[in-house]
Design a protein around this ligand. Structure first.
Ligand SMILES: [Zn+2]
Ligand SMILES: [Zn+2]
Length: 355
C-alpha cells in the first residue's frame, strides 16, 4: 500500500514537470544591411583536440552566451601536443559539438588549421568534408586538398612572427592559383594593418577571429570589450549562405571599438544604426536635436564641429549653431572608428532638416 502511494506521488511529480525549457541568450546589436542578415561569427578557436584548454561543447556554450550565429572550431592538424591523452582524431571536435550547436541555433562549420612554419604560416580551412585529407607532407597539397572539397581558405595571423613578417612567394602562389580566399586582419588582440592593406589590394575577404585557446571568461560585453568577430552579410542564416557570403567577400570585422571593412558595408551599418531627428528646439541660430545610436558600437565622429561620441544603444543630444535662415544643414564628418583602410575613417554626411 505504502509503495503504491509513493509510486503515485512519483508519477504525479513526473507529470507535473513540463517538457518545456526556455533560456535566454545574448543579442549582439549590429543591424542587418543591404538586404542581408548580419551574421556574427568566430571562425577560429581551439579545443583539447589540439592545444586548446576546453572540450568542444564549451565553445558552443560560450558562443551562445555571447550571441554568436556561427563558429568554426579549427584545431591544428599538425600540432597535437595532447595526443598521448587525446588521440589524434581531426573530426571529433566537430562531431562532439554538433548536436549542441544545432540545439542552440548556432551554425557549426567543420574546419581545421593547417599549421606550418612561417612562411607560409598558418591557414584555416572552413566547410571541410574530410579533414584527414589535409594531413599531407607538402603544405601546398594540404591547401589543395581543402580547395578540392570546396573549402574557404584564409591566412591566419599574418605578421604573427615579426622576424618573418611579410607577403612571401608562397602567398603569391596561393593567391594566383585561387587557393586562398581570405586573410585575418584581426586575430585575438592584434590588428594587422599590412593584412588590411593586402585584403584591399588583392580583394581578399577580411576576417577577424578570436583564436581562443583558453576558456572564454564571461565578462560583460561592451563596445570595447567583446571577442573579435567576423560579420558576414549573408542572404540567410545557413551554412550555404555563410559560405556564399565569405566567397563573395561580404564581411566586416568588429575589433574592440572598431569596425573594419569596405566603405559600402560600413556606411550601410552607420546609416541603419544612426537615426538623426529634426531639431526639437531652436533659439535664434542655435538648434538642439537628438541622434540615436541603435547599435552595440560606440560611434566616434570627427568633423567641423569637433569630436563627438555617439554611445552604443543611447540617445545623444547635440546643440549647434546654424545659419538662421537655412532650411537644411549638412554636417560633414568622419567616423574615426569605422576603418575603410589603415588609419582611414569612413566619411559621412549628416543631413539635418531645419524646417
Ligand atoms: Zn595559428
Ligand atoms: Zn589557431
Amino acid at each position: 500500500m505504502k509503495l503504491k502511494v509513493i509510486s503515485l506521488i512519483v508519477i504525479t511529480c513526473l507529470l507535473l514537470v513540463p517538457f518545456t525549457t526556455a533560456e535566454a541568450k545574448h543579442k549582439i546589436n549590429i543591424p542587418d544591411v543591404l538586404g542581408y542578415k548580419t551574421l556574427k561569427c568566430d571562425f577560429h578557436m581551439h579545443t583539447v583536440f589540439s592545444d586548446g584548454a576546453v572540450w568542444p561543447t564549451v565553445r558552443v556554450d560560450e558562443a551562445e552566451r555571447e550571441g554568436l550565429d556561427a563558429i568554426a572550431i579549427a584545431d591544428h592538424i599538425e600540432y597535437q601536443p595532447k595526443k598521448k591523452d587525446i588521440p589524434t582524431n581531426h573530426s571529433r571536435p566537430y562531431e562532439i559539438a554538433l548536436r549542441r550547436a544545432q540545439e542552440k541555433n548556432i551554425l557549426l562549420i567543420k574546419a581545421a588549421e593547417i599549421t606550418r612554419e612561417t612562411p607560409p604560416g598558418h591557414f584555416n580551412a572552413l566547410f571541410l568534408q574530410d579533414i584527414n585529407l589535409l594531413d599531407t607532407e607538402e603544405f601546398v597539397d594540404a591547401v589543395k586538398a581543402a580547395n578540392n572539397q570546396g573549402a574557404f581558405v584564409f591566412w591566419n595571423h599574418p605578421g604573427w612572427k615579426p622576424k618573418f613578417k611579410g607577403w612571401f612567394d608562397i602567398h603569391t602562389q596561393l593567391y594566383e592559383n585561387l587557393l586562398m580566399q581570405g586573410i585575418e586582419v584581426v586575430n585575438g588582440n592584434t590588428y594587422y594593418p599590412d593584412a588590411h592593406k593586402w585584403a584591399l589590394e588583392k580583394n581578399l575577404t577580411m576576417m577577424g577571429n578570436s583564436d581562443v585557446h583558453q576558456p572564454m571568461v564571461g565578462t560583460e560585453i561592451t563596445s570595447e570589450n567583446h571577442r573579435p568577430m567576423t560579420l558576414v552579410f549573408a542572404k540567410e542564416k545557413s551554412i550555404k549562405a555563410l559560405r556564399e557570403g565569405l566567397i563573395a567577400g561580404r564581411t566586416a570585422v568588429w575589433f574592440k571599438n572598431q569596425l573594419i571593412g569596405k566603405p559600402n558595408y560600413l556606411r550601410a551599418i552607420f546609416k541603419k544604426a544612426v537615426k538623426i531627428d529634426k531639431p526639437y528646439l531652436r533659439r535664434g541660430d542655435t538648434i538642439w536635436f537628438e541622434v540615436t545610436n541603435n547599435s552595440d558600437i560606440d560611434i566616434l565622429v570627427q568633423g567641423g564641429l569637433g569630436k563627438l561620441t555617439l554611445p552604443a544603444n543611447a540617445i545623444t543630444i547635440i546643440k549647434t549653431k546654424v545659419d538662421s535662415k537655412a532650411e537644411q544643414t549638412e554636417l560633414r564628418y568622419k567616423v574615426t572608428n569605422f576603418l575603410i583602410a589603415p588609419e582611414k575613417g569612413l566619411p559621412v554626411n549628416l543631413n539635418i532638416s531645419l524646417k
